[in-house]
Design a protein around this ligand. Structure first.
Ligand SMILES: *Cc1c(COP(=O)(O)O)cnc(C)c1O
Length: 440
């Protein structure tokens, strides 16, 4: 694309288009992408960037993958969409069976949703309807972990971290939930008894009101990129059973291998009552999510009043999305993904280690194909974002977190380019007032 056309595109964008968590007219840097292939994005000016974000956890196989392209093209020849009320189709049925087969033992029912946030809404409604069906309609509130992130619709927001989730702004419309401190014990540590006591206190006190505990197993994503002890997750499962509270595991970010296990729940060997999947489900091709649950939850809902689960999106189980999801899962399972993820883990550990010695870096942490450099102050995005692009990589920090979660197919040399670019950019920052800014 020539410079003039790119400029015109950006002008129209600035005038009319909203981007995630952005203001109109803010003049934030914005880069037009014209194509993407493998682990590289091609910008309108011809520059190529190595993608460190996998488009927010999704693109595990890389862009423009021939197998996924073929799956969606083949389905397009059959039908792009058909309503799911009263009708069914092969892609949905085969995908549902595959999800039941690979997810933690005991999850047998699949509800297809439009996006991660909607799958969380669906999970919360399932929990409410479950207790309604059990004759306990007062159990309709939720307990969540601080630093959690579960999506941007109103009920999903209500269980996000109250501070980073801006609960004060929306306090008039958000339902009030219960919160416990984020677990302090790290991934390799045993659970901290104080963390568990805090959770148990809330469950003891409010078990007559609480429908479910919702958490991101082992890795808290957008609410802080924190890794915590699988032991905590195991103990939380046991506490939920003891106090008759359902457990909702939000694996929208962690699902499909990102943490080194196919699902993060496997680190603790637990099965949640309800599981949310999204993001990498479709390999990053289209929006779609799924909420899985047990037969026990499904039956309680069926036996309650009105006897049906009250949700049914227009684009439920879209055939293109189901076809590409099934192809993506098969591609993943047929690939040496565990070796790839542990190679990325190793490369991130080695490549990011030196950041830990920098005065403005609080911590460097790596788990599976996730690498995090936590700074002591938030980055000034307006000035820092272009530096990554100048280094030939796509990395999008938020707040104090510079983090990467590359496509699993990233080769060692590209990973080394990515981590050295992160090193150079982070190494060139200084603290100025409340922000980390470029030193020149
Ligand atoms: C991204 C994310 C969501 C929301 O998914 P959307 O598809 O953006 O609505 C929910 N929970 C977690 C853990 C996520 O990472």
């Amino acid at each position: 694309m020539n410079q003039e056309r790119a400029k015109a595109l950006l002008d129209i964008d600035h005038a009319h288009v909203w981007h995630p968590y952005s203001a109109v007219d803010a003049g934030m840097p914005l880069f037009p992408v014209v194509s993407a292939s493998g682990v590289r994005l091609t910008l309108a000016d011809g520059r190529e960037l190595i993608d460190g974000m996998a488009s927010w956890w999704c693109v595990i196989h890389g862009y423009n993958h021939p197998v996924l392209n073929h799956a969606i093209e083949r389905q397009l020849g059959e039908m792009a969409h058909v309503m799911f009320g009263g009708l069914t189709h092969p892609p949905a049925v085969h995908l549902a069976r595959k999800l039941v087969e690979i997810s933690p033992q005991g999850l047998e029912l699949v509800f297809f949703a439009d996006s991660g946030s909607v799958s969380v809404e669906v999970a919360m409604k399932m929990a409410v309807q479950y207790w309604h069906g059990q004759g306990r309609p007062n159990k309709c509130r939720f307990v969540a972990l601080r630093n959690g992130y579960h999506g941007d619709t109103l009920h999903a927001m209500s269980v996000c971290d109250p501070v980073t989730g801006m609960h004060s702004l929306f306090s008039a419309v958000l339902p009030k939930q219960f919160f416990v401190a984020a677990p302090q014990a790290g991934f390799a540590q045993p659970a901290d008894p104080e963390d568990l006591q805090a959770l148990e206190r809330v469950l003891v006190e409010h078990r007559e009101e609480i429908a479910a505990l919702i958490l991101e197993p082992v890795v808290q994503g957008a609410g802080g990129m924190r890794f915590y002890s699988p032991d905590y997750l195991r103990a939380a499962r046991a506490l939920c059973d003891r106090y008759q509270v359902l457990l909702i595991a939000d694996e929208i970010a962690t699902g499909f291998g990102r943490t080194g296990r196919l699902f993060a729940c496997e680190h603790a060997g637990i099965t949640p009552d309800i599981l949310c999947l999204g993001k990498a489900l479709t390999g990053g091709y289209t929006t779609m999510a799924a909420t899985l649950t047990t037969r026990a939850v499904g039956e309680a809902i069926a036996h309650g009043d009105p006897g049906v689960f009250m949700h049914g999106p227009t684009f439920m189980a879209n055939p293109l999305a189901c076809a590409v999801s099934l192809a993506s899962i098969e591609l993943l399972l047929d690939s040496p993904w565990q070796g790839r993820v542990s190679m990325i883990e190793q490369g991130l550990r080695e490549g990011l280690a030196a950041c830990a010695d920098m005065a403005h870096v609080a911590e460097v942490r790596v788990l599976g194909a996730i690498g995090v450099v936590e700074l002591i102050r938030p980055v000034d995005m307006r000035r820092v974002q272009p530096l990554f692009v100048e280094q030939g990589v796509w990395v999008r920090p938020f707040g104090r977190l510079v983090y990467v979660m590359p496509p699993f197919v990233m080769e060692q040399d590209d990973l080394a380019l990515l981590t050295s670019a992160v090193m150079r950019v982070v190494g060139g920052l200084v603290v100025e007032g409340e922000y980390c800014v470029p030193s020149f």
